[in-house]
Design a protein around this ligand. Sequence first.
Ligand SMILES: Cc1cc2nc3c(=O)[nH]c(=O)nc-3n(C[C@H](O)[C@H](O)[C@H](O)COP(=O)(O)OP(=O)(O)OC[C@H]3O[C@@H](n4cnc5c(N)ncnc54)[C@H](O)[C@@H]3O)c2cc1C
Length: 294
Amino acid sequence: MSHPFSEFGEVVSCDTPLASLTWLRLGGPAQFLARPANVDQLSNLIRTAQSHNIPWKILAGGFNILVRDKGVNGLVIQMASPAFSDLEIRGQTVLSGAAVPLTALISQTARAGLSGLEQLTGVPGTIGGAVRSAVATRSTNLDPMIRRLTLLDADTDIIKLDRDDLAPGQSWSELEDHVILDLELDLTVDDPESVVRRMRNVWILKKEHQPYGHQPAACIFRDPRPDQSAESLIDQAGLKGSRVGGAEVSVRNANYIVADPNCSPSDVLRLIELVRGEVDRRFRIELELRLEVW
Ligand SMILES: Cc1cc2nc3c(=O)[nH]c(=O)nc-3n(C[C@H](O)[C@H](O)[C@H](O)COP(=O)(O)OP(=O)(O)OC[C@H]3O[C@@H](n4cnc5c(N)ncnc54)[C@H](O)[C@@H]3O)c2cc1C
């Protein structure tokens, strides 16, 4: 069947299930799913989508995405090619492709005696997804470590943005309509054994405070303030273990929803609204969604 992306052959498939490409394992298909092999193909895909007024989105590890039952209208571009996964350490500078898993980046930089990223140990996903979704833990966030991003801008031109190009207070995550191709991080030289030890300690704590590794799950809300976590508000509202259909507020960390095998995307959405409503009623705080709903 001919469609606007026919010229890309097997790079683009139609009506392709997305559930297995997200960690919640839920939701319907993508109208078009593309797996570009390199930057040229990526920019050609975006140009083709734009010329046909077809909306497009980037999918990386799928750890921060809930796909609705009806699926995604338009083009989903999966950044999974080795062309986006180069990793090089030069002194205290790290050059990383957007599709490098955060776990690989953290362990390799720790072993090289570079400190900074170890505080993000246990956060799943790619570095590109982490930048775009403003990954943070109580003790750190990525922004100050990023020196430069290479991006495809809205006109599919390749541009480089330095830290100084951001407006004061602007986060790298605010660069919408851009695809992150690669980035440079500035880390701090430290003793490799100390960094690896800290990495292991962070992992022990993180593992204890999130759903079990085999459970499809998502981290739902942003913390309202650095000193006020979404987890503690939801916990204090007595919502741990609350359920809607096959979706449950994790008993290990109230800011996660765990999806049972019989769960549907609407179960998760209804549970999110229940939690948000109850926290608002009890504390007059409107929780902001971290999870993206597609
Ligand atoms: C068990 C668990 C624990 C978690 N712990 C934390 C935590 O401690 N702290 C925290 O902040 N988050 C946490 N998260 C959320 C999640 O890990 C992060 O948001 C992660 O960065 C998502 O990365 P990803 O590669 O899966 O991106 P995806 O979920 O695939 O995409 C996320 C967003 O980034 C965009 N994107 C991805 N790659 C690119 C690119 N190259 N260019 C432009 N846009 C891009 C996507 O379009 C989407 O908008 C957790 C999630 C789970 C399931």
